[in-house]
Every structure is written in C-alpha cells, then in structure tokens.
Write a protein of this length. Structure first.
Length: 583
C-alpha cells in the first residue's frame, strides 16, 4: 500500500489512547521510544501480534518467522505491530504421562495471557498465530473475548513422513508402540520410523486437532480464505501472514469485530466442517468454549446434533488415507466448504474477516474432479459425520466418538468393563499383557476414569493407549473415558463422558464385569444396571483425591466446568458487564 494511501485513524475511542495520547502519557510513550518506535508510530493504532512460538515442538517453531510477515502487513497498512508470545503444551510430547494433564489447562492460560497482555498494554487490534492443538482454540477464545478487530492465522501443517513407501504421521509411531508391544516390530523397526515420521516444521499432519481447528478458523470466518492449508515450511504461508496483517487494519477501519463474525450460524458452520472432514472429537470441547466467550449457548449436544446430520466427505487420516498437505494440494478446505454450501449444509451468508460473506469468498472455488481426497456429497464416504455423540444412563451429559473410518457394523459393541482409575494403569494392562494379570482380551470395554476436567485434573488425552490397541490389532475392544481422545485416535473410543467420575458420575460407579453397550449409529451408551443398583452404588461412593493440592492444576480443578459445556472456567459473555474493546 503506498504511503499516501494509508487510512487515517481516530484514536480517541481506541484502547491505546490510554497509553499514547495526552501529556499525562509521556512516561508511557517513553517506553515505546526506548524500543525504536517513532513518534508517528506511537500515534498509530497499536496492533498485538500474539504467537505461540517456542522450541517445544515442530508445531510452533515457524511461528516466529511468520509473525514478522504479519508485522510487515500491519506496518504497510498504517498500524504499529507489537509482538508478544504465550505458552503452548505440545500433546505429542505430553502424551501418556502426567504432562498431559497440562494440555487442556493451557488453552485457558493461552486465552487468559493474551487477554492480560492486550488489556495491560491497551492494544487496539489483534492478529493471533498458533500451531499446537490447544493454542488454536485458546487464541480464538481470546479474540472473541476481547472483541477488538482480529484475525487468526494457522502456522501450517507438517510435511508427511515417508516410511517404507508410505506417508506417515506421528500417530503411526504411537501405533508402532502397539506393534512393538505385540511382538510384531523390533526395536530397530520402531527406531527407523521415529527418525522419519516428522520431517519438518508444522503441526501433526492428519486431520487431528490442530488441522481440525485450522479448518474451523476458515469455516467460522476468523481467518482469511486459504490460510489453513499451506504446510508450515512453504513460503506462501508468509504471504497469508502478511495479508492477515493488512486485513486486521481494514477491520479496524471498518469496525468489524469478532463477535460480528462468530454467530451461532458460524459455530454451526464450524461443526459441519469438523464432521465432514472426520475431524477431532476435541472440537466438541473447543466450539462450546468459543461460544461461551460470546455468550452464545452452544454445548456438546448442539455440536453432535450437527455432526449426526452432516455427511463425511474428506478422506483424511487417521480414519482415512490422506494428510493435510494432500487436502491443500487439491484446493484446501475451501472446496469442502463450497461442496457443503451448494448442498445446503453450510450457512453462506455468515460474515468473515474479509468483509465478505462465506458465499462471496467461495464464489470462485471450483471442485476438482480428478482426485479422491474430497468426495461429492452425493458420493459421501458415509451419510453421517465422522464424529457423533452418544448418551444414556452411563453418560447422562453425553459423550463423543469419532466413527470416521469405522465400518458401520463395527460401530456397535457390548462387552464387560475392565475398570482403571488412571490412564497409566490401563496402558500397562494393554501393553504388558500377562505380566499384570492376563492383559486385554477381545471383547473387553476398557474404562479409564478420574481423568475428566476436575478429576485429572486436566482431562488428559488417551492416544498412547488407543494407538497401542490399534497397533496390536485388537479389533473388538472398546475404550470409554471421562477424559479426552487425541484427534489422532481411531477405533471405538468414547470420550468426554459426563458427569465425570470425580463428581460422582455413573462412570465412577462401574465395576469390573459390568456389561456396557455402545451404539454409535443410534447414539446410545449404557450400562446394564438398574437405577436402583446405580443409586445403591452412589450412596457408597467416596470422592477420590488426586495429588494436585496446589499450583495451576489445583486452581483449574476449582473453577473448571463440565465437558458438556466446553470445560470452561468462567461465565464468559453471559457474565460480562463490559467488553475490553469498549474501554
């Protein structure tokens, strides 16, 4: 944008007037001058550029580079960018041990830390960059909570690894652990795979949580079209980042804010995209949490109702054949959205950060016929979405299961419970076999409880256990939990069961041998116990203490709500008396 074309902004109603305008703010301005900010830049809008950059994992390692591109876009369009970072907890490294208790908690810390930085420094607009699973919803929650003009940009997916002639992802390594435990793989086989599965920067390559929520960012209208697709190493990502910086300045000029974009219809669009792409069950937590920030009632049941009537049309891992790069190569999430919209499954009139509607953004999208990554709705892989909800006397508040890639005849199950009060005990039972009492048997229903939001605390993911089962070739074993599953989980695994064990939910009353029925097509999960027997067991139930009696995990357990409502920790938009953007 030429210098003379930059818009002129009136800061008299912007948050940054509290730090940059008037004689009384001379001390504040001096801090900005100390960092090389010019007098002209001080009096321009201040734009927060929030990244989750760190050296914890490949998901985040390119975000620092991409932030520089965002800042160029902001500067070109007449703003003054101020970069800051927040934490992430990387699930692939946190998985399978106590570290995973920190993962979902990090979503709240990310949202809170972005809010506090924006409030403390009175920034006028926001661009957020995220890679790891919880950082995407955490950033989006902050955007709608603050409600300043804002744009989200995904850091991009990892390139696929190559192992013995096949594309692989990190989930193949987790499943390789199961192959190893079953005696099918040697130490050398597993080592060979771990060296090649993750060959670049970027988030896990299948339609796991990060790529699911990246698709959501476009479907919900918080990201510019096409930005979810390009892998992290591609330089085209920098172009999307620079464009996002320019777009946020346009939003500041027009006054379009995140809550003008994130409506109930936009949340419905997001749920449709999750189901159509066989996305992560974690969306059942994150969409209600984003809705909570806006004061919109949109819980797990609203999400799963949409899932149940949405066809599954994108053949993506872990249930399908392809990775995120393959979807990008055939046109990205835009072609999925266009196909769904043309079949009446997407609200095309929802506004987006471009200042145009979804329908207007998709106007030039053409569905490619010479590919089998994305199917036409009329030829859908399955008539029901890749993720569905279940409910019954075992889960009065519901649960969620990913059925993408599971044949319909394998979506029903009845078998005896094998009950574990933490994931480690179940993982050992599965992988060590006879050494710990006989090992898992075909027909078992493994129950992992006291892993819910309060009970964990932190609602751990169970990929280590589910992937080991898959790698061992256990085809007729179900797993249920009040914890979560990774976006990489496959098999008949029901998560988010509520009420959780820690608050006396029915899952906490189960005993070994209780007969459990799961019927994903009908949405049922039940235990063959009478109401009288459940009531008798509840009277004898004693709350179970965990070892977290101080610190962040203790504080989280005191405030977190049910998975049904998104495992949120504050009243959200329902309890607001002001919005930051209007201070």
């Amino acid at each position: 944008m030429p210098e003379g074309d930059k818009p002129k902004f009136d800061k008299s109603k912007m948050p940054s007037r509290h730090t940059t305008e008037g004689p009384e703010r001379a001390p504040h301005r001096s801090y900005l001058y100390a960092m090389g900010v010019t007098e002209e830049e001080v009096h321009q809008p201040l734009v927060g550029v929030a990244t989750a950059w760190n050296e914890a994992a490949p998901c985040n390692i390119s975000l620092g580079r991409q932030a520089q591109a965002v800042k160029r876009g902001v500067k070109v369009a007449g703003g003054t960018p101020r970069e800051f970072t927040t934490i992430t907890v990387t699930d692939g490294i946190a998985m399978g041990h106590e570290g995973m208790k920190s993962s979902l908690v990090s979503r709240e810390v990310i949202a809170d830390s972005v809010e506090l930085t924006m409030r403390g420094h009175c920034y006028d607009a926001l661009v957020t960059l995220a890679g790891c699973d919880k950082s995407l919803p955490g950033m989006m929650m902050a955007m709608v909570r603050l409600n300043v003009p804002a744009v989200f940009i995904y850091g991009g997916s990892i390139l696929p690894g190559r192992f013995r002639g096949k594309d692989v992802t990190v989930v193949d390594i987790f499943e390789g652990v199961g192959q190893h435990a079953a005696g099918n793989w040697t130490d050398a086989d597993l080592h060979e795979l771990e060296l090649v599965a993750c060959p670049s920067a970027g988030s896990c390559g299948g339609q796991f949580t990060a790529n699911t929520m990246a698709c959501v960012s476009e479907a919900m209208g918080l990201a510019i079209p096409g930005s979810a697709g390009a892998p992290a190493p591609y330089e085209s990502r920098d172009q999307f980042c620079e464009a996002s910086g320019e777009v946020v300045m346009k939003l500041l000029e027009t006054g379009l804010r995140p809550r003008d974009i994130v409506t109930r219809e936009a949340l419905e669009n997001a749920a449709v995209i999750v189901a159509a792409t066989g996305g992560s069950t974690n969306a059942g937590l994150h969409l209600p949490a984003i809705a909570n920030e806006c004061g919109i009632n949109f819980d797990l049941h609203d999400v799963t109702e949409i899932f149940r009537k949405t066809p599954y049309i994108a053949d993506l891992k872990p249930g399908g054949k392809y990775v995120a790069k393959d979807l990008f190569d055939v046109g990205g999430v835009g072609i999925v959205m266009k196909e769904l919209m043309e079949n009446g499954l997407l609200h095309g009139d929802c506004m987006t950060v471009t200042g145009k509607t979804i329908a207007e953004n998709l106007e030039d999208e053409v569905f490619p016929d010479d590919q089998d990554v994305v199917y036409r709705v009329k030829n859908a892989l399955a008539p029901t979405g890749g993720v569905v909800g279940v409910k019954g006397n075992l889960a009065p508040e519901g649960g969620i299961v990913k059925v993408a890639g599971i044949a319909e005849e394998n979506q029903s199950f009845t078998g005896p419970a094998r009950v574990f009060d933490c994931e480690e005990d179940c993982f050992e039972y599965v992988t060590k076999g006879a050494n710990v009492g006989g090992g898992v048997q075909e027909g078992d229903c493994l129950v992992i409880r006291y892993e819910g939001p309060k009970g964990g605390p932190g609602m751990r993911e169970m990929l280590s256990t589910t992937a080991a089962l898959y790698g061992m070739g256990m085809d007729n074993v179900a797993l249920i939990t009040d914890g979560r599953f990774s976006g990489g989980t496959r098999g008949l695994c029901v998560g988010h069961i509520g009420p959780e064990a820690a608050v006396g939910g029915p899952i906490g009353l189960l005993q070994d041998g209780d007969m459990i029925t799961i019927n994903a097509p009908t949405g049922e999960i039940s235990v063959d116990l009478s109401d009288e027997e459940l009531a008798k067991r509840r009277e004898a139930w004693v709350p179970r203490k965990n070892m977290y009696s101080s610190g962040a995990l203790w504080r989280y357990a005191q405030t977190v709500g049910s998975a049904e409502k998104g495992a949120v920790c504050h009243p959200g938009g329902h309890g607001e008396s002001h919005i930051y953007a209007d201070i």
